[in-house]
Design a protein around this ligand. Structure first.
Ligand SMILES: [Mg+2]
Length: 436
């Protein structure tokens, strides 16, 4: 408690003087490896408190740095006002990464200033100190190999799983996929425009694959599915109907989230929950899908969807429509813990994604405050009442795992080491108003 606090504030265990707190600097370190890129940001203050945040996986750290000059001198405890100030510089997909990374850091700072966990700013908790996670398990051609990989997850305590099922299963077989040659270039072509179709034979091979996996892991553990490939909604429905018998937790991103009427058709056409959202920016982006009751599970990525408080607003909007919410997450422990904080405050929360459960150095990037590592224990993240996000960075480990600098240097004015000087980004040279 600071000495100048009197009256009711005496009951608040402030770690600093919140009303005098000011942002003085933003630093960044881009951690990476194995195809991943995680820009971790630090917001520094005039009271020595440091707020941690993370730009969306795979996005440029510049999306955060360009906001530095809009934050210098501001009080980070004004989380919502500052979010509204910078919201116009975010967008769907990776473009939301800078705004969201900063929002996490503001919640971390405000939590540290007032001595409360970040979830308190989202309204307090709906669950007892732990958040269920689900382990992503990327593509394996052999279903037995996939089944055994999932079994390994179950042995480690995971109670919720996800695997990739896609066109690639059917395309392994002659006569399984029509317009197969388009698949290679379809990554940049939206689903309705590829002309790819799956034959009944191809679908039977997908059924065999999922059946073989279920035979290994059984039917009592939730198993979600993702990465079906780029084909139109009619084919998605045919595949969905054929796989309904395996009672998967959800079909994810079978078609682009932008096509609300197609999502309505998909939801009506299959008996398994349908899920999307990892590239949608803010509540306004989710509203059309939710208003149309076109999804069963919303799947925001907190590093695109608007950070902790905006994702809580998305969760509440979904809750009121009877829609559950799972959290997409593919970043470092910083963003993982920001997600866990948000999940604590959501009534309709289902599970939080983890992509790096096989990465040997992932846990070492941070030290958790008030508990021992690793972050994921028996399929859950523990969330204590440690202030803010409840994390400290292990900067030696971060320095050992910086992403390759070459692609970043060519644009200049972008630090290639860990948390180096960013004063090139201090000056505001734009008029930001979006109304006249
Ligand atoms: Mg996905």
């Amino acid at each position: 408690m600071t000495e100048q606090n009197t009256g009711p504030l005496e009951q608040v265990n402030t770690q600093s003087a919140p009303s005098e707190l000011r942002i003085t600097d933003m630093r960044i370190a881009v951690v990476g490896g194995g195809g991943w890129r995680w820009p971790i940001i630090k917001l520094e203050t005039n009271q020595g408190l440091v707020g941690l945040g993370e730009v969306r996986d795979g996005a440029s750290g510049r999306y955060a740095l360009m906001l530095k000059n809009r934050l210098l001198g501001e009080n980070p405890c004004d989380i919502d006002r500052l979010f509204q100030k910078i919201k116009q510089f975010g967008g769907h997909g990776r473009l939301g990464g800078g705004v969201c990374g900063i929002e996490m850091a503001l919640c971390d700072l405000a939590g540290k200033a007032f001595g409360v966990p970040a979830y308190m700013f989202a309204g307090g908790k709906y669950r007892e100190d732990k958040v269920k996670v689900y382990a992503d398990t990327p593509l394996k051609k052999d279903p037995e190999e996939m089944g055994n990989a999932l079994l390994g997850r179950m042995d480690r305590g995971f109670e919720f799983l996800k695997m990739d099922i896609g066109l690639w299963i059917a395309s392994e077989f002659e006569g399984g996929v029509i317009n197969k040659h388009v698949a290679a270039e379809s990554a940049t072509l939206m689903h309705p425009f590829t002309g790819i179709q799956v034959t009944d034979y191809g679908i039977s091979k997908m059924q065999e694959y999922v059946g073989a996996v279920r035979d290994i892991i059984g039917y009592e553990i939730p198993l979600a599915s993702d990465h079906f490939g780029h084909m139109g909604v009619e084919n998605a429905i045919r595949i969905g109907k054929a796989l309904d018998q395996f009672t998967l937790a959800w079909y994810e991103d079978m078609i682009p989230w932008q096509f609300v009427d197609q999502w309505q058709a998909l939801k009506a056409g299959v008996d398994t929950p349908v899920c999307t959202g990892e590239d949608i920016y803010c509540l306004d982006g989710f509203k059309p899908l939710v208003d149309a009751r076109a999804i069963s599970v919303a799947h925001p990525d907190l590093a695109t969807s608007g950070g902790i408080l905006e994702t809580k607003r998305i969760a509440d909007y979904c809750r009121d429509a009877g829609i559950g919410l799972a959290l997409h997450q593919a970043g470092s422990p910083v963003v993982a813990m920001a997600n866990a904080q948000a999940a604590m405050a959501m009534e309709n929360f289902v599970a939080l994604e983890m992509h790096s459960v096989d990465n040997p150095w992932w846990n070492d990037l941070v030290t958790m405050v008030g508990q021992d590592g690793p972050m994921i224990k028996n399929g859950y993240v523990q969330v204590t009442d440690a202030p803010g996000l409840g994390l400290e960075l292990n900067e030696e480990v971060i320095a050992e795992h910086l992403a390759q600098a070459s692609s970043r240097r060519q644009y200049g004015a972008y630090p290639s080491g860990a948390f180096e000087d960013t004063s090139d980004w201090d000056e505001l040279d734009a008029h930001d108003r979006v109304w006249s």
